[in-house]
Design a protein around this ligand. Structure first.
Ligand SMILES: Cc1cc2nc3c(=O)[nH]c(=O)nc-3n(C[C@H](O)[C@H](O)[C@H](O)COP(=O)(O)O)c2cc1C
Length: 262
């Protein structure tokens, strides 16, 4: 099989790392591969923060919803959506006076720009994961980096237009260890031809059938069905609420950023 497809098909998230750190060469290759990702207008509306300091990894293992394996990683890359650099460049080069001369109101980064930067950041992030896997380096996304915004802002000296969208932890595989490959939903529930369509109740039960089978043997939330378990584990959970609070603060600062300079 094509070696890249083989890497994609055999990749799993790794949450148990060898004590042997990732080599400098592999680390550099992973970072360079992230930077080769496509980028809107080739403006690279993201930045990465390389975290190797064990104390910082320890803090992150607590602030990202108590996930102790984070501190055992060789390093982490935090992918920031970053308009700060471009905005500072505009400000340094008198975009305000240009707008006045053109009789235009100054326009500041909006949620559309935030989403465009997010597309850039995630393209880079996934490139790093695939590059790592191809080198025999394991990785795991940490979505919980969008929690505790104020703490992470302070910890990493972030600005209003640079915030952490995703984090990936990297490390070598322990000897003779490879996590089980997780199944995916059936393609017919993920790939729609030409137009989106809503799924019927029967199709939804079928789509979630593995969760429903597990629910019969494991019901930690006094739930009445598998859907209620997923709800309780995800959007209705304590971490889900913290994510919402934290991201609302990110959006607020982002949308207010330019207006503060007027
Ligand atoms: C956006 C995103 C956020 C994730 N956040 C976490 C996380 O905080 N902790 C974790 O252990 N795994 C996290 N994962 C990994 C998923 O749990 C994992 O991809 C999924 O269970 C499928 O397993 P696989 O990657 O081994 O195929 C995340 C994955 C993605 C794409």
């Amino acid at each position: 099989m094509n070696p890249i497809i083989n890497v994609i098909n055999n990749r799993t998230s790794l949450r148990k790392f060898s004590k042997v750190p990732v080599s400098e060469l592999h680390k550099k290759t992973i970072i360079k591969s992230a930077m080769r990702a496509p980028s809107a207008g080739n403006l690279m509306l993201y930045s990465m923060i390389l975290v190797e300091n064990k104390d910082t990894l320890e803090i992150l293992s607590r602030s990202c919803d108590e996930q102790p394996f984070i501190k055992t990683a060789s390093f982490a890359l935090i992918f920031l959506v970053d308009y700060q650099k471009m905005y500072d460049y505009f400000a340094d080069n008198n975009f305000h006076s240009y707008c006045l001369e053109q009789d235009q109101k100054a326009v500041y980064p909006g949620l559309s720009d935030l989403l465009l930067g997010s597309q850039d950041a995630m393209a880079a992030a996934q490139n790093s994961v695939i590059a790592a896997e191809s080198l025999g380096v394991g990785s795991c996304y940490i979505g919980d980096i969008i929690e505790n915004y104020e703490l992470h802002r302070e910890l990493f000296n972030l600005k209003d237009l640079s915030f952490p969208l995703s984090m990936i932890v990297f490390g070598n595989y322990p000897d003779n260890y490879k996590p089980k490959i997780q199944s995916r939903f059936d393609e017919k529930y993920v790939l729609f031809k030409e137009k989106y369509r809503s799924l019927s109740s029967e199709e939804l039960h079928d789509m979630y059938r593995e969760n429903e089978a597990k629910f019969q043997s494991n019901n930690p939330f006094e739930a009445k069905n598998a859907a209620q378990v997923i709800y309780a584990q995800k959007i209705g959970s304590e971490f889900g609420l913290e994510m919402k609070r934290s991201v609302n603060e990110i959006y607020k600062r982002w949308l207010e950023a330019g207006y503060k300079d007027e």
